[in-house]
Design a protein around this ligand. Structure first.
Ligand code: NAP
Length: 966
């Protein structure tokens, strides 16, 4: 999608793959399910969706428009447009992101589609889908609507600090390079680069030293870095004179080095990725801050160079299979030969990205949960607080919380001019489309305007509106507030404004640096101009601020950094590097300013600010929770309550993934390692589907699950199968959950015949740490046809997913349930003894039910030859939860229900506790034939073990008969 430049190209693609004008078929798109759409319908629908989601009137849109340059639509918006389009035209094919990234021209798209039509899966897919239509079982029929976007239960933020842990290198995952590839090493003045080259050469790896002067002739760079199999970037440090020299906080040489490093990465990206595909490749940055990335608390030499770790961490995510490292060597380690040897051992082995090296040992960084500081914020109306970016976005929300709490004098800075009152024609408008239409009419009368021009004016008005609203909110707290329009990168303007501030309001006591912009692009695609805009706003802006307040006795320095700096982030190399600069400058400032609380908050994504509605949808799709604005604002206050003993770099987010895996494994985190595409492309070995022969002999548990006189495979057992099939195919990943699991046709066992079911893997996608593998659970019929019983997407992960916090709904627990458990199993439920998983019903109301459930015995008690020794989820807990839904439906409507769909199941532990769980069903919707709800499964301490979002069950009078015991 990223490379389809015009609306016309998107429409052509959709027409082609949907068969409107070509026979090409998408592998993820069963041919028989394709709508027969005409070009006109597709084009009109696309224009309508783009208009709705961008606010441009339809008659302004033309198919030839470049969606980025002409319409200003970014990659996230494109995803939103396509998904909205898919909702409007269900059954239309999805455009896989990874394919779009490769298609540069219309010709390439056409070639791709031609190739696609020859894919072997196509026939299968056609057949599957026609069978699908026929095999819908009445008692298991559901509306085939799209899965609803899941919402996390999280209400509070989570705080982590970074701890330094000594760990020896594991040498189990060596990296080897293709013989003809070259490792380029930047020559530094300590001789470290040369020594690294010598060690690598002694290990039969070709190296070439490059000089920093190379960057003066940028046109020559691609030639100079030709055929790269490795790149090692080492900035200059003078170990004798630079030590803790205040001037080294910011020097232009370091700044230039960071930008040159980005350029070198940008130019060699393609070659490094190719080399990784051939055999292997490496990328490393080497700093000499303190040997622990600033976490020693002893001060940071050249903190600006700390930005390099943001480059390595982002490259590790963007460049599949390139072994990336950010190495920080202690400046005290003077033995260059020994240090070079350690560096070479590191860069030639996969493992965590950030490695600290010192004579005394090897260190990695880990995130640990830590409570927020407690204390007082020592500010009042006599203290002036400077807040960059504070008139808008999340910084405005934090500033409001501070104003309410301490009422200091607040000076806000932003580039936008102080807004003048809105023109009368704007005042009553709030809808984006209406405003843009009005702008077109009132501001461009008679002149033909492009959507980008209109958007610019629109954004100006919206910024003005936001600033006015925030100013009046801030003033309502009683604090003195002034907004000053200034570009934080402009040292002259900022210094002069601040001297006026001092004469008007008095001493400056705190700075909060929240100004920031984004321009997401992959390292390989980003231009230096884009890099500079993002980097300079954050990092240079910070330096300007620090210089302009150098003589002020600051009590607080607060930086708005990002989790992108801690972990790296796709498309955000500039942002990750700039925020790492903030983090390391904070470390150094904390050492040099003894009485100032310095904190650099690595925020996770917020539910506001630069997280636009489209980005929000994307985070939701990826199951990433957002920081609620109020909770985040309080988070900043708590950090300010800390004193100089509290950690300088903290990570605050709704859900924070571990940066390093618990053990050092083959997968350096957070680099993607496995995708279905990559596997099938590279080793060419077919993935054999997971197969099971199912009858009462092989699955004795089915005798306890009989409906209408026939044993039926429980939905909960299918969950196990999906999880097992996915894990079997992706060793090293752990089970995280199941999305979009729909029962299409129950597996009913006829007589004693064995039914062979297969789990056929479909599309595999990787998003950060998470793998999503689509499956169809099919049964092959004698006439060669197949029945699809169920579909689901298994979610695996190479990291620990932390459970959300959860508040038990009090009302449900307060209302008693009238029947005994024996009565339930006797008169309502059809389940036999082994499946009698409900121990006690604690409460039942209109809102839902709370019950205590047993966990399942080992698999060998239920299956003759279990395919694994332990359950992946817990089929008794899940089945008993569905039984709760039956009881709730019966209590409320007199009807009983059967599961039909779950939008998302998430599991936060490998095993359920043997002594049982508390299950809470919260009913969200009830219609004549459907109930929808969520489940949470808690341990004895009320910690979430697992959760189901978007459970759906079908209610029908016919089920009462089916439930009767035979
Ligand atoms: N929102 C999140 O999810 C999130 C997550 C992690 C970190 N953060 C960090 O939190 C901070 C605020 O983010 P946000 O989401 O609130 O962003 P936002 O809504 O885009 O606001 C950014 C602010 O920065 C100001 N700004 C940008 N360039 C400037 C410059 N050169 N000089 C002066 N002011 C400038 C903008 O004002 P003008 O346009 O008027 O200049 C605006 O007030 C950023 O530093 C961001 O990196 C945010």
């Amino acid at each position: 999608m990223g490379e389809l430049k015009t609306l016309g190209q998107i429409i052509d693609y959709l027409i082609d793959v949907s068969g409107a004008s070509s026979s090409a078929v998408s592998p993820s798109m069963p041919a028989s399910a394709k709508p027969s759409a005409s070009r006109d319908t597709i084009e009109q629908t696309m224009m309508q969706v783009v208009s709705e989601l961008t606010g441009y009137p339809v008659d302004m849109l033309e198919p030839h428009m470049d969606i980025e340059a002409d319409l200003g639509i970014d990659s996230i918006k494109r995803v939103e447009i396509l998904s909205a389009f898919e909702e409007k035209m269900p059954g239309m094919p999805q455009i896989p992101n990874e394919i779009m990234g490769e298609l540069k021209t219309l010709g390439q798209i056409v070639s791709y589609l031609t190739d696609l039509s020859n894919l072997p899966d196509t026939e299968d897919a056609t057949e599957l889908s026609s069978t699908e239509q026929e095999s819908l079982d009445v008692s298991y029929t559901y509306p085939l609507e799209a899965a609803k976007v899941q919402e996390e239960i999280i209400e509070e933020v989570e705080r982590r600090i970074i701890t330094v842990v000594e760990k020896p290198l594991k040498t189990s995952n060596p990296v080897t390079l293709p013989e003809d590839r070259i490792v380029y090493i930047l020559d530094d003045r300590t001789g470290l680069g040369k020594e690294i080259s010598r060690v690598l050469e002694s290990r039969k790896i070709r190296t070439s030293m490059i000089s920093g002067n190379l960057f003066a002739d940028r046109d020559n760079l691609p030639k100079a870095l030709m055929n790269a199999g490795g790149l090692v970037l080492i900035p200059d440090v003078d170990l004798l004179t630079d030590r803790f020299n205040k001037k080294t906080i910011w020097n232009e040489k370091d700044e230039q080095f960071l930008k040159n490093s980005f350029l070198a990465a940008n130019i060699s990206a393609k070659s490094l990725m190719e080399s990784a595909l051939e055999k292997g490749s490496l990328f490393a940055t080497i700093t000499r801050m303190d040997g622990q990335f600033g976490f020693s608390g002893q001060g940071v030499l050249h903190p600006l160079q700390g930005g390099l770790a943001g480059l390595a961490k982002t490259a590790a995510i963007e460049w599949e299979n390139v072994c990336c490292h950010a190495i920080d060597i202690s400046p005290d380690w003077k033995d260059i030969q020994a240090a070079a040897l350690s560096v070479c051992d590191e860069i030639l082995h996969k493992g965590p990205v950030e490695i600290g090296l010192a004579e005394t040992g090897r260190y990695i960084l880990e995130l640990t949960s830590s409570p927020s500081p407690e204390g007082k914020i020592l500010l009042d109306e006599k203290d002036v607080v400077i807040v960059t970016g504070g008139a808008r976005g999340v910084t405005a929300a934090c500033t409001y919380a501070l104003a309410k709490h301490a009422k200091p004098t607040i000076i806000l800075m932003g580039r936008s001019p102080l807004p003048s009152p809105e023109p009368a024609w704007m005042e009553s408008l709030s809808d984006e489309s209406a405003i843009k239409t009005a702008i077109l009419r009132n501001e461009f009368s008679g002149i033909k305007a492009t959507p980008v021009q209109v958007d610019k004016v629109f954004k100006k008005y919206m910024a003005g509106r936001e600033i006015m609203k925030n100013l009046s909110r801030l003033k309502s707290t009683g604090a003195t507030v002034e907004y000053l329009s200034v570009d934080v990168r402009d040292i002259g303007a900022v210094s002069s404004i601040l001297s006026d501030v001092r004469s008007n309001y008095g001493r400056i006591s705190a700075i909060i640096h929240g100004a920031g912009v984004l321009e997401d692009r992959f390292i390989k695609d980003k231009t230096l101009d884009q890099f500079n805009r993002v980097f300079d706003t954050k990092a240079k802006g910070l330096n300007v601020l620090l210089e302009a307040t150098a003589k002020d006795k600051l009590k607080y320095i607060v930086f708005f950094s990002s989790v992108a700096a801690r972990m790296g982030n796709k498309g955000q190399v500039d942002y990750a590097m700039a925020n790492e600069v903030l983090n390391k400058i904070a470390q150094q400032e904390a050492v040099s300013r003894k009485n100032c609380r310095v904190v650099s908050i690595n925020w996770g994504p917020w539910d506001g600010g630069m997280v636009s509605p489209s980005l929000k949808k994307e985070f939701s799709r990826m199951n990433i929770s957002l920081i609620p604005v109020k909770a985040g604002a309080l988070g900043m206050l708590y950090e300010m309550m800390g004193d100089t003993t509290h950690p300088v770099e903290v990570v605050i987010g709704a859900v924070i993934a571990d940066e390093n895996p618990k053990t050092e494994t083959a997968n350096p985190v957070p680099r993607p390692q496995k995708t279905g595409k990559a596997l099938s492309k590279r080793n060419g070995s077919p993935v054999h589907p997971f197969e099971q022969s199912v009858n009462i002999d092989t699955y004795p548990i089915l005798a306890a699950h009989v409906l209408n006189g026939k044993p039926v495979v429980p939905f909960a057992i299918m969950t196990e199968w999906f999880g097992h099939a996915a894990m079997r195919q992706n060793p090293g990943f752990s089970f995280c959950g199941i999305d979009d699991m729909r029962l299409l046709s129950g597996i009913k066992i006829q007589n004693s015949e064995k039914q062979t079911i297969q789990l056929i893997p479909g599309e595999t996608r990787q998003e950060g740490h998470y793998l999503t593998i689509g499956f169809e659970l099919v049964h092959h019929l004698e006439d060669g046809k197949k029945t699809i019983h169920s579909k689901a997407k298994a979610i695996l992960s190479d990291t620990v997913t932390l459970p959300p916090s959860y508040t038990k709904p009090v009302k449900i627990g307060e209302s008693r349930y009238g029947k005994s458990i024996d009565e339930c199993y006797e008169t309502i439920l059809f389940h036999g003894s082994p499946l009698k998983g409900i121990q006690e019903i604690v409460g039942c109301s209109q809102q839902g039910m709370i019950a205590l459930l047993s966990t399942a015995p080992p698999p060998e008690k239920w299956i003759k030859d279990p395919y694994r020794p332990k359950w992946i989820s817990d089929p008794l807990v899940l089945d008993a939860a569905y039984q709760m839904a039956i009881l709730w439906c019966h209590e409320t409507t007199g009807l009983v229900s059967l599961p039909s769909y779950t939008a998302g199941y998430r599991q936060y532990r490998e095993e359920f506790p043997p002594d049982g769980v508390t299950a809470i069903l919260e009913v969200k919707e009830l219609t004549d034939h459907k109930m929808k709800g969520d489940f949470a499964f808690l341990d004895a301490n009320d910690h979430v073990i697992a959760a189901i979002k978007g459970y759906e069950a079908v209610l029908d009078a016919s089920l009462l008969k089916a439930f009767q015991k035979q």
